[in-house]
Design a protein around this ligand. Structure first.
Ligand code: XIL
Length: 417
């Protein structure tokens, strides 16, 4: 797995449990309360976005064209839309699908359509240096209302040596989000993967590791206090691994409590893969978070990663899972969706992919507790899929040249556009 150590490490402070921290990167001040998630519709940022049906008079409350969560697609309605976001409006005609056929399609970027439906539509930034690509930045900042640093907030990036924290790269991500009116999802505070070598090789005692985790969470969440709307506090915790093995499952309770202390306003999520529908792993996650709630641990939601192939869990199972989490008083967020296909993809595979994006977003919209729909990346140019799943790729709504794919139009259709 790649390690992106974007900060310059000034010194390795070889201390034990709770060393004095060296903080690299400015900021640390709470953000102005100016970036309301989803409030900025993305216009006026020099981005030509798909839409362009010429109709700008739709009633924002009109949900007539939202997709059916149980069948994912319908219609065959065609929407005249530019194929390229971030460049110029090409007069391509794309099948939209997912609409009921009632009412004209809404215009504007995804984020404007999503705001009308009360959801944030998110994507990851691979790392802050990706933002120097003007086209990448234009599509990300123009189409999406939420940003997740894909790697820049992980342990090896922000805490590369004992007691040394580097915030240069994630600070740039957060600044980009703020300047584009995007909310930020922080990812993540404790995971079995991406732990730096110093952490896993120095023979710390259990008590020392508790101290190190405490310091990490307080420092990182504290640094971004007021700037990160949601944290994935524990990522894939039920897979076991480092924290589970070295502290025990009780690290999960600790992590949530410490994150809440560091930023009481942030929404805290347990994030996992394979917990989207119903089944053994989903039940295990449900039981875990029910226990957290029963113990009064501050948790606000469950992340459903949704790294799918063309055979995802049935939408009615995902809807049922969201409903049982809602009954616990928890949000259910789609946090990392991508839908991988064999490369090069056939037109039929891209159509199946469109149906899956459409149906998943429609399922989220139909759920009382799903307010976040985020993909893992947005362009096939920088997706993790080809390296994680050899032979697969083309998993995201925009292709490697930033052209909107059928999946993008599937999302628009679910949102009524
Ligand atoms: C992945 C990133 O996409 C890659 O760039 C990196 O090399 C490894 O991690 N589940 C998660 C994410 O929660 O953090 C992972 O991200 C993908 C799977």
């Amino acid at each position: 797995m790649r390690r992106r150590l974007c900060a310059v490490v000034v010194a390795a402070v070889l201390a034990a449990a709770a060393p004095a921290a060296v903080i690299i990167g400015g900021g640390g001040q709470p953000a102005e309360a100016s970036s309301t998630p989803g409030a900025n519709d993305g216009r006026g940022q020099g981005v030509v976005t798909p839409g362009g049906s010429g109709n700008t008079t739709n009633d924002p409350a009109d949900e007539a064209a939202s997709g059916d969560p149980m069948n994912g697609a319908a219609g065959g309605r065609r929407t005249a839309s530019p194929a390229r976001a971030g460049t110029s409006a090409a007069a391509a005609t794309q099948p939209s699908g997912g609409g009921s056929g009632r009412g004209p399609a809404l215009t504007g970027p995804l984020r404007a359509l999503a705001a009308r439906r009360g959801v944030s539509v998110g994507a990851t930034v691979l790392t802050s240096s990706s933002l120097t690509d003007a086209q990448y930045a234009a599509v990300l900042g123009g189409e999406y209302s939420m940003l997740t640093p894909e790697n820049d907030m992980k342990w090896s990036a922000v805490h590369p040596q004992p007691g040394v924290y580097g915030f240069v790269a994630p600070d740039l991500d957060v600044a980009f989000a703020q300047s584009h009116g995007m909310a930020v999802r922080g990812h993540n505070l404790a995971w079995w993967a991406d732990n730096p070598t110093w952490l896993t090789t120095i023979p710390y005692t259990r008590d020392q590791l508790i101290g190190i985790l405490h310091d990490h969470i307080q420092t990182v969440v504290g640094h971004f206090r007021g700037k990160v709307a949601q944290w994935d506090v524990v990522n894939e915790g039920l897979s076991g691994g480092f924290w589970w093995d070295r502290i025990g499952p009780e690290y999960i309770d600790m992590a949530f409590r410490w994150a809440h202390e560091a930023d009481p306003a942030a929404k805290l999520f347990y994030n996992d893969a394979g917990d989207e529908g119903l089944g053994g792993h989903s039940d295990a996650v449900y039981n875990l978070v029910r226990g957290l709630k029963q113990r009064g641990v501050p948790i606000h939601g469950v992340g459903l990663e949704s790294h799918f192939d063309l055979n995802p869990p049935p939408l009615h199972d995902i809807a049922a899972n969201m409903a049982r989490l809602n009954a616990l008083g928890l949000e259910s967020a789609i946090t990392e969706v991508d839908v991988r296909v064999r490369v090069p993809p056939s037109a039929f595979d891209l159509e199946r992919q469109r149906v899956i994006y459409n149906g998943l977003l429609a399922t989220c919209l139909a759920a009382a507790n799903c307010k976040t729909f985020a993909s893992w990346g947005f362009t096939d140019k920088t997706s993790w899929v080809p390296s994680a799943y050899p032979g697969y790729g083309a998993a995201l709504p925009f292709d490697a040249q930033y052209a909107a794919k059928p999946a993008y139009y599937g999302m628009r259709a679910a949102l009524g556009g």
